[in-house]
Every structure is written in C-alpha cells, then in structure tokens.
Design a protein around this ligand. Sequence first.
Ligand code: IPE
Ligand code: IPE
Ligand code: MG
Length: 249
Amino acid sequence: MAIGFFKSKKDKGLEDVILPEHIGIIMDGNGRWAQKRGLPRKAGHRAGAKNFRTITKHCANIGIKYLTVYAFSTENWKRPKDEVNALMELFKSYLEEAIRDFKDEDIVVRFIGDKTAFSPELQALIKENEECSADRKGMVLNIAMNYGGRDEIVRAMRRIAERVENKEITAGDITENDISDNLYTAGQPDPDLIIRPSGEYRISNFLLWQSAYSEYVILDDVLWPDFSKDMLEQCILEYARRNRRFGSV
Ligand code: IPE
Ligand code: IPE
Ligand code: MG
C-alpha cells in the first residue's frame, strides 16, 4: 500500500493496540539504496545488515514474540557471482558478531532454509548461533537464508510421503497440521504482519504456506537500509487498524 498513512497524525500509540505476535520482513531494496548513492550494491547490503540489527532489537524491545527476516532466497543464487560472494562474506562476518550481539535482548536465533548449500565455515557459524541462543527466553528470530517457500513445502511433502511409504499413515490421513508441522517454522504461529519496503507488490517466495492470512504492508518509497524504528511502529499501527476476518464476517 502507499505510504500515505505515515503522513496522517498518530492517533494511537503501541501501548493502545494489540501487537502482532509474529512479524515477517522482506528486507528488500539494498541494491537500489546503494545505486542511488553511486555505491556498489554490496555497500547497500552492508547498510541493510546494519539496519537488520537495529530493527530486530527494536522488535524485541517492544514485545514482539517472533520475527522472521528474509535475508537470502533460493532464487538469489542467480545474481552475479561477485554479489553472491559479497553476501556470503557479509553473512560470515555478521554471524561472528551476532553470537554476542543479541544476548542483551535475550533473542533466540534460528535459521530457516536449506543450510547445506553454505560453506562449512558458514554452516558452523549458523550452528553456533543457534546453539548458544537456544536457552534464551526472549523473541524468536528466524533468519531466512537460502529459504524458498516452495522448497520448504516440497521438503514437507517428502517427509510426509515417507510416512505414507512406511505405512505409518495413509494419504487420506494428511491434514493441514501435518504440513505446518513439517515446515521450518513448525510450532510457531503464522505471521500476522508482513512488511516489504522498496515498493515491490509481490511475495517473492516468502512464507507461502504460513502467510495465508497475513496482513501486508508494502512501503513504496522506503528502501530497507532507510527503514526506521518509527516506520516499524507505524506499520504495526496500520496493522492494528485492519479488520482481520479469516473468511468469516
Ligand atoms: C535485498 O535487497 C537483499 C537481498 C535480496 C539479498 P536487493 O539486493 O534485492 O535490493 P534491490 O531490490 O536490488 O534494490
Ligand atoms: C526478496 O527480494 C528476497 C530477499 C529480500 C532476501 P528479491 O529482491 O530477491 O525479490 P525479487 O527478485 O524482486 O522478486
Ligand atoms: Mg530486491
């Protein structure tokens, strides 16, 4: 949607509304942010990674329970080798710091997506981040890396098909819950609100199954590195104004 609501007077504050339990963010627009400044695209990714930290901590501080951020899709491997390499380097240096970084906010760090495509070094860092934050009690942060909604559903289907092959269940026994329980996000609530800066009106393979009833807020004139804490709060207030019917009246 257009960003007009940002210009309207704040009628309510976060303390007056029911917060979304789970927020998803498609962190888009890093490349354009850099291009606008005459910088290489990787400078945009660096700025985007920095903003990811700021916004993640703010989500935890205002009481969001689950945050899923889209960092790298199964389709992003199609980008020029240089850019993919720069992103992998950035993930590596970022994950080295992240181990300490989210400790004060008590954030549980999880990764969703196919990790096996990453270098052994990156996989070790992913594991270390997950293990050292697993006992924390705060917000659950899912970092979607080499994540694709279709790939996730195919994986779930394979696991369910194995149970059918082993005659543990019949095809007729398969329920929606079986599919949800075999996704990377098993056990977590579906996202209530999905935010996409940079003005693209599409889902780009993000949380396909889980977003069946998510509310979307698309920001036309904001690129991810410029997305601020105040904008996040405005998106939450916009979400709170929506009337979610889930097919009912
Ligand atoms: C999002 O920013 C980051 C990744 C997909 C890794 P983009 O790199 O897609 O930025 P734009 O859309 O080209 O501006
Ligand atoms: C979606 O952005 C993926 C991430 C933000 C990680 P893209 O920039 O890859 O999406 P498209 O290509 O515009 O659909
Ligand atoms: Mg993009």
